[in-house]
Design a protein around this ligand. Structure first.
Ligand code: FE
Ligand code: FE
Ligand code: ZN
Length: 295
């Protein structure tokens, strides 16, 4: 299983620190933001200890494709209302693609965008325009559009919407998809029948486009359109369904990333990864995480 979590990339060790954090969780994958997700200030990649980080990854058998980059969530390519928001999104995304190349990563996860008040079709077409502008020089990088919960005016909460984007962009070969379990559950997909969900995904998007899985439980019921992540086994999806998803034979080679919430300032990832590997739900897990007890 290729599994890891969101890890932080901060001074002074940056990417090296991120890889060390992932290793401390027993992970063989990781996801990072190139800087604070809520703003667009970025340090040069040259200062981020990339070479040392790559050496450590090699040593621990972490493949470059298992290092996922997440674009900041302030990027909104679908904003038809404020031209400056759209322009910022395009220019930032273009630069972010260059940073992904410098990091030697393959996948840049992107929230498709929110149409604000313009309507879904206008929003989807704006996303297509933005991707066409930003994707002119992709190299080996792919954009992994994330499946969204549909909160507010968010787009990408139906597989058909992602298909629409793929069908209309100039560079469809460089578009992949990141499936977030919390988001699709909140969007209304029934994870109790995951085989049917996966079949629909395959028919509409194609399993060959699935680059990454975000493994999260949800604080809300199916279809709630809320997007609030819960710890594995402690939300409305539950341990068993998430266990079956991460161990699904068709998803064996897909990178799995946890984005579950910290518990009282403690990262839950070492314990959650171990519990997802074990096949055994542990109802004491939050207490163990609070005590910093590894399992
Ligand atoms: Fe995301
Ligand atoms: Fe996600
Ligand atoms: Zn989310």
């Amino acid at each position: 299983m290729i599994i890891g979590s969101h890890v932080s990339m901060s001074a002074p060790d940056y990417l090296l620190g991120a890889v060390k954090e992932a290793i401390s969780y027993g992970a063989n994958a990781l996801m990072i933001y190139t800087g604070p997700p809520q703003n667009t200030r970025r340090k040069p990649i040259a200062d981020m200890k990339v070479k040392e980080a790559h050496e450590l990854m090699d040593q621990y058998g972490i493949a470059k494709q298992s290092m996922i980059i997440h674009a900041p969530y302030i990027i909104n390519l679908a904003n038809c209302v404020k031209p400056e928001t759209y322009e910022l999104a395009v220019s930032f995304l273009t630069q972010e693609i260059e940073r992904v190349k410098e990091l030697a990563a393959s996948y840049l996860v992107l929230h498709p965008g929110s149409h604000v008040q313009a309507g879904e079709e206008a929003g989807l077409n704006k996303i297509v325009c933005g991707l066409n502008e930003a994707m002119q020089n992709m190299g080996n990088v792919s954009i992994a559009l994330e499946t969204m919960s549909g909160k507010g005016s968010e787009l990408g909460y139906r597989f058909e919407q992602l298909r629409y984007i793929i069908d209309h962009v100039n560079y469809p070969e460089a578009i992949k998809v990141c499936l977030d379990t919390c988001h699709i559950h909140d969007a209304g997909y029934d994870l109790a029948h995951f085989d049917e969900v996966l079949k629909a995904f395959d028919q509409i998007i194609g399993l060959d486009r699935l680059a990454c899985l975000h493994v999260n439980d949800s604080k809300n019921i199916q279809g709630a359109k809320k997007d609030r992540h819960a710890n594995i086994g402690f939300g409305e999806i539950g341990y068993e369904k998430l266990y079956n998803i991460v161990h699904h034979p068709l998803l064996e080679h897909v990178v799995k990333i946890l984005e579950t919430p910290y518990i009282e300032d403690h990262a839950p990832y070492q314990q959650e990864i171990a519990m997802l590997k074990s096949g055994q739900f542990d109802k004491e897990l939050p207490e163990k995480i609070k005590r910093g007890e590894q399992i």
